[in-house]
Design a binder for this molecule. Structure first.
Ligand code: NAP
Length: 233
């Protein structure tokens, strides 16, 4: 098997960075992306020093131009991407109620957490279909579960609910191909987003992401998982 290429968004820190570290450890060529160039380059450098095959590329997932730059770079250098981990997200409205939050906040959250993954899937999934191999992992959250929806952190919850819907739609669109599309909740993880009191380490949080990124050909598609087990939508 030739070396597989994995793209991870929002990977300068947290679960994204740890996903890069674990995938590189499994022998993947990892394209570590971030919107902050200096932080992203420093993160990639840390992995390079550990002997990982990591390439840094700038990517703000709200920018169509950035996505297209990344697309041309990856296609030119590696032919395409085998794995796409849509990890980047914002969490701007904790502790606020749906009627309090300005529409502009909903709009900007959707732009990162929903349209970001959509932009990347639109760019890279056609190449995956062409090559006959692809694993798309949408890093979602239990906050997006419609079965337990509550009135807190509304723009974030709505964006993850919609990301789950996008996961189902894309999985259906490519059903029968070897492109598997799934959503994952990493659990409550000690990161900048999760805070210092969260019970899980980044290693634990990234485990389910990496599991879905490396599924065998007969693996699931159109599922929502935590700890490698299906969970309710
Ligand atoms: P984090 O430490 O806050 O990292 C979020 C990453 O997303 C950062 O690298 C951030 O970059 C990046 N990002 C934000 N906006 C971006 C944009 N427009 N373009 C590119 N990158 C952007 O959070 P985390 O805990 O690792 O979260 C990773 C994923 O897990 C997210 O999808 C989150 O919703 C999900 N999740 C986390 C938890 C948890 O408890 N931590 C629970 C459930 C789900 P900057 O450094 O530039 O801001």
């Amino acid at each position: 098997m030739s070396m597989r290429t994995a793209i991870v968004t929002g990977a300068n820190r947290g679960i994204g960075f740890e996903t890069c570290r674990q995938l590189a450890g499994l022998g993947y060529r990892v394209v570590l992306t971030s919107r902050d160039v200096s932080q992203g380059m420093a993160a990639a450098e840390r992995l390079l020093q550990q002997g990982s095959d990591v390439i840094y590329r700038p990517l703000d997932v709200t920018s169509h131009l950035h996505v297209m730059d990344l697309f041309h770079y990856v296609r030119r250098n590696f032919g395409g991407a085998d794995v796409l981990v849509n990890n980047a997200a914002v969490y701007p409205d904790e502790g606020r109620a749906p009627l309090e939050v300005e529409v502009e906040v909903y709009r900007t959250t959707m732009d990162v957490n929903l349209y970001g993954p959509l932009r990347l899937c639109r760019a890279f999934m056609p190449l995956m279909l062409e090559s006959g191999y692809g694993r798309v992992v949408n890093v979602s959250s239990g906050s997006g579960q419609i079965s337990s929806m509550v009135a807190d952190t509304p723009s974030y919850r709505l964006s993850k609910l919609a990301l789950n819907g996008l996961t189902l739609m894309l999985a259906d669109e490519v059903r029968g191909s070897n492109v598997l599309v799934n959503a994952v909740c990493p659990g409550w993880v000690r990161t900048e987003m999760g805070g210092p009191t969260a019970p899980r380490s980044v290693e634990q949080g990234a485990d389910g992401v990496v599991w879905l990124a490396t599924l065998p050909d007969d693996g699931p598609s159109g599922g929502f998982f935590r700890d490698r087990q299906p969970i309710e939508w």
